[in-house]
Design a protein around this ligand. Structure first.
Ligand code: CA
Length: 219
C-alpha cells in the first residue's frame, strides 16, 4: 500500500486531504508541524509527502531537506499566487506543487503523476528457485506462480530482506500484521508453516527456540 504523509498546519485542510486520498486507496498520515514531519520520515517509510510551506517549527523548505535525504518525493502545498514559493520549492527539488485552495481531482491527478514518475522500480529478488517481483507482488517457484495470500507474501519479503538473520516473533508480527504482539495466539507460526509448505522452504526456514525464525540461504 502506498503511504503518504500530509504535512499541513491547517487541520481542516489536512483532514480533507487525508479523507480524499484515503478514499482513493492511499494510506495517509497527517502531521501539523515541521518538526513532527521530520521525525516521522526518519522513523518510517513514506512513498510521498504533501508539504505545506508555512509551518510552525521547521518550515516546509527545511522539511524538504529531510525528505531528500530519505528519498521521499515531495509535492508542495503553496498559498495561491505565491509564485516565489513555487519556484523556490521546485528549485530545491520538490517534484511538484499545488496551489491552495485546490480541487481534489487535481490533487489526485498530481499525486498519481508524481508516484508514477518517482516509482523506484524495484528489482526482482531471486533465491533458490524462487523469484519475487516486488512491483507486481508475484512470486514464482521453479517458474510456476505460487499462490500466496497477502500476509504470506509480506512474510516472505520480510524473511528475504532479513535473510540469515533471526527474526523475533514480535518483529514478524509487528511488520506483517501491524500493531502490538500479544505474545499469544499462533498467527505467526501458522503462517510460517503455510509459507514453508507452499514454497518448499521446510529446510530453509529454521525455528529458533524461544525467539522465532530465520530464513537460511547459503550465500
Ligand atoms: Ca500553513
Amino acid at each position: 500500500m502506498i503511504r503518504i504523509l500530509i504535512v499541513e498546519d491547517e487541520e481542516a485542510i489536512a483532514n480533507l486531504i487525508r479523507m480524499n486520498l484515503g478514499k482513493a486507496g492511499y494510506q495517509c498520515e497527517t502531521v501539523f508541524d515541521g518538526e513532527g514531519a521530520a521525525n516521522r520520515i526518519l522513523e518510517e517509510r513514506f512513498d510521498l509527502m504533501l508539504l505545506d510551506i508555512m509551518l510552525p517549527g521547521l518550515s516546509g523548505y527545511e522539511v524538504l531537506e529531510y525528505a531528500k535525504t530519505m528519498d521521499i518525493p515531495v509535492i508542495f502545498l503553496t498559498a495561491m499566487g505565491e509564485t516565489a514559493q513555487k519556484v523556490k520549492g521546485l528549485r530545491m527539488g520538490a517534484e511538484d506543487y499545488i496551489a491552495k485552495p485546490f480541487d481534489i481531482g487535481e490533487l489526485l491527478a498530481r499525486v498519481e503523476a508524481v508516484l508514477r514518475r518517482c516509482r523506484k522500480t524495484q528489482e526482482k529478488i531471486r533465491f533458490l528457485d524462487i523469484e519475487i517481483d516486488p512491483d507486481s507482488r508475484v512470486v514464482t517457484k521453479g517458474g510456476q506462480e505460487a499462490e500466496l495470500t497477502p500476509k504470506e507474501y509480506d512474510l516472505l519479503l520480510l524473511f528475504v530482506r532479513n535473510r540469515n538473520r533471526a527474526l523475533y516473533r514480535e518483529t514478524i508480527y509487528e511488520n506483517v500484521w501491524g500493531g502490538e504482539y500479544s505474545g499469544t495466539g499462533r498467527t505467526v507460526d501458522l503462517h510460517v508453516q503455510r509459507l514453508k509448505k507452499k514454497l518448499g522452504l521446510e529446510e530453509h526456514i529454521a525455528a529458533i527456540y524461544k525467539v522465532g525464525y530465520r530464513l537460511v540461504i547459503p550465500s
